[in-house]
Design a binder for this molecule. Structure first.
Ligand code: SAM
Length: 292
């Protein structure tokens, strides 16, 4: 989940490319999250997010361990209500890990590039069905892929949308190359299973899945931000249905990112599965890119 910054972030899903959509509630949120704003009038993205989560804005909740703040000056960020666990969690494509990987990350040599099938003359169109904070989608867009991302958690979608918007603003002022990368990324709010099941034609050459997998250990080794993400998003218990839906709507391959120790998603068997130090990519090959 690369583009997290611990500094101090419009919502996602809220107004995407001129559309006003409600975010779905069919995800498993394990803990309560409050929604606050410092704007004199609640911004539309906060209203949409609060409505999707069925909570009131600027209302404390005794059992909330996290707070999603829509700030006029600081953008959208997630913080712990006890103020102790970690600083603000915010998506940042302009600095930190995402920016470093864009500039020095190994280009087409990266495992994810090979897993998706990127080559000199091949830049597959990708549907990232589990967008999260957009880290993997950003890497793929940096390598030239057009990426449509879908995210069902209102919290993750809000943070991601905000990260994209702040990055677009920064790119306009100072980084045209970054602007071109961001132009290849589009975020849609919603549940990918429902979306894919209602499509009658393929949605992309590659469908990319990186569903949540339970943390193996709750130790200091697991970054606090990652723990927060796991607590707020919960588990994705429907990955079997997601894989099936993806296999029916990709033309060339479905790629599933897994922790190295995790079994493949139940159901279809991967065609092959290259492994890295901590992750593995289960590749379900449907058609060769060279034959196109
Ligand atoms: C491990 S994170 C993905 C991280 C992402 N690859 C990144 O680099 O930031 C999994 C995300 O997928 C989302 N998700 C899981 N199943 C989904 C579905 N059926 N539709 C939309 N989003 C889904 C979860 O809400 C969570 O935010």
């Amino acid at each position: 989940m690369p583009p997290l910054s611990e500094n101090s972030a419009q919502i996602p899903g809220v107004m995407i490319k001129g559309r006003n959509q409600r975010l779905p509630m069919n995800f498993l949120m394990t803990i309560a999250v409050e929604i606050f704003t410092d704007a004199s009038e609640a911004p539309l993205n906060a209203v949409v997010c609060a409505s999707a989560m069925n909570v009131s804005i600027n209302t404390r909740s005794a059992d909330a361990r996290y707070r999603l703040v829509f700030s006029v000056g600081d953008g959208t960020y997630l913080e712990a209500t006890d103020g102790k666990k970690h600083g603000r969690i915010q998506v940042d494509f302009c600095a930190g890990g995402a920016a470093h990987r864009r500039l020095y990350g190994g280009g087409k040599g990266q495992m994810i590039a090979k897993a998706v099938g990127i080559a000199a003359a091949v830049k597959p169109r990708v549907f990232d069905a589990t967008a999260g904070f957009g880290g993997d989608a950003f890497v793929l867009a940096c390598l030239g892929c057009e990426v449509v991302m879908m995210e069902r958690s209102p919290v993750a979608a809000a943070l991601l949308q905000d990260g994209l918007e702040r990055a677009r603003q920064f790119a306009q002022e100072a980084d045209a190359d970054l602007g071109e990368i961001l132009d290849r990324m589009q975020l849609l709010p919603g549940d990918s299973i429902a979306y894919l099941q209602t499509q009658t034609a393929p949605v992309a050459e590659v469908i990319y899945l990186d569903p949540m997998f339970p943390e193996r250990q709750k130790s200091a080794a697991v970054k606090k931000e990652m723990q927060a993400f796991h607590e707020v998003i919960g588990q994705d218990l429907d990955d079997v249905a997601l894989l099936q839906a993806a296999l029916a709507r990709a033309t060339h391959r479905v790629v599933v990112k897994r922790p190295r120790h995790a079994p493949p998603i139940e159901g279809a068997k991967p065609s092959y599965a290259p492994e890295g130090k901590s992750s593995r990519f289960d590749i379900y090959a449907l058609k060769s890119f060279s034959r196109t």
